[in-house]
Design a protein around this ligand. Structure first.
Ligand SMILES: [Zn+2]
Ligand SMILES: [Zn+2]
Length: 285
């Protein structure tokens, strides 16, 4: 694995950039300048294909960097507001040349992803955006456990994780490399869930909910999030490659994040704490 500016056009590489790494609430201000305060959004280039993982407030800044006509697949872990609040502010939505497929599912109560997302795009929550959006939007429901291929050679598997209202983890494979995206998943007490570890097994990269520390967790049981130590336990149980801590708690300022990043890297060398602007490139074996 190499980091830095990737040649994303290389047909066999997966190249990621983090645009939002914060959980639950955008957290701007001087205390979060280094890691960033935007909520979840990651761009993922698989050869010529653009995928976007979640549509948190970081989606706005991603959209401002995209030029030309956009064709992309947006994978939503779920529809809590921190994961969809960037959609109305995604510049390509107002371009008739944009083609966007929005994938998601596993919601409780069960409803189509179009219904769940659409609710956030209309009055009274927002001005009516159906008419304002000029992009072609194609909603695709994902059943938990379903594997689908947005493009030839690009495989996405899904897994229902433990989160209020339901959420999906994804495993994406392209060109011989794979990554698992496990955010908003309660996996903090005791050994990791065996089925989740099997889903993640052998992934080159694991992006994992690390909202809290084990010490903080007893006051947050049932909130649907993991700890950084739990993320390490999952990565180890799954034999995953590089672990990236993600969905940082809004109360964790930059100095706290530095401490968590250092402790995690000591316990599992190579572990990273996601920050806005972090780029990672995976090459197939
Ligand atoms: Zn969240
Ligand atoms: Zn959530």
């Amino acid at each position: 694995m190499a980091r830095g500016n990737a040649a994303w056009f290389d047909a066999m590489t997966m190249s990621l950039c983090f645009w939002g790494v914060r959980g639950s609430l955008p957290t701007p201000g001087p205390a979060t300048l280094r890691y960033g305060g935007n909520t979840p959004c990651i761009s993922l280039r698989c050869g010529p294909h653009l995928l976007i993982l979640d549509a948190g407030s970081g989606l706005r800044t991603l959209g401002d960097t995209l030029t030309g006509s956009i064709s992309a697949d947006l994978l939503l872990s779920h529809v809590h507001i921190d994961h969809i609040c960037g959609l109305p502010f995604f510049r390509p939505m107002f371009d008739p040349a944009t083609r966007l497929r929005i994938w998601g599912g596993g919601l409780t109560p069960l409803e189509p992803i179009a219904t769940a997302v659409g609710r956030s795009l209309r009055a009274p929550l927002m001005p009516n955006l159906d008419a304002a959006f000029r992009a072609t939007i194609d909603y695709r429901d994902v059943a938990p456990g379903e594997t689908f291929m947005p493009h030839s050679g690009l495989t996405v598997a899904s897994f229902a994780v433990d989160h209020p209202g339901g959420a999906l983890a994804y495993r994406i494979a392209w060109g011989g490399a794979s990554l698992s995206y496990v955010t908003d998943a309660e996996n903090a007490a005791g050994p990791p869930d065996a089925a989740l570890a099997a889903f993640v097994a052998g992934a080159d990269l694991l992006i994992c909910d690390a909202s809290y520390s084990d010490a903080e967790y007893p006051d947050r049981v049932g909130w649907g999030h993991s700890t950084w130590e739990g993320a390490i336990r999952l990565a180890n149980a799954a034999g995953a490659g590089t672990l990236v801590l993600f969905h940082h708690d809004f109360a964790h300022d930059d100095d706290t994040m530095d401490s968590i990043a250092a402790a995690a890297a000591t316990r599992r060398p190579g572990t990273l704490a996601a920050r806005e602007g972090l780029e990672i490139t995976l090459s197939g074996r």
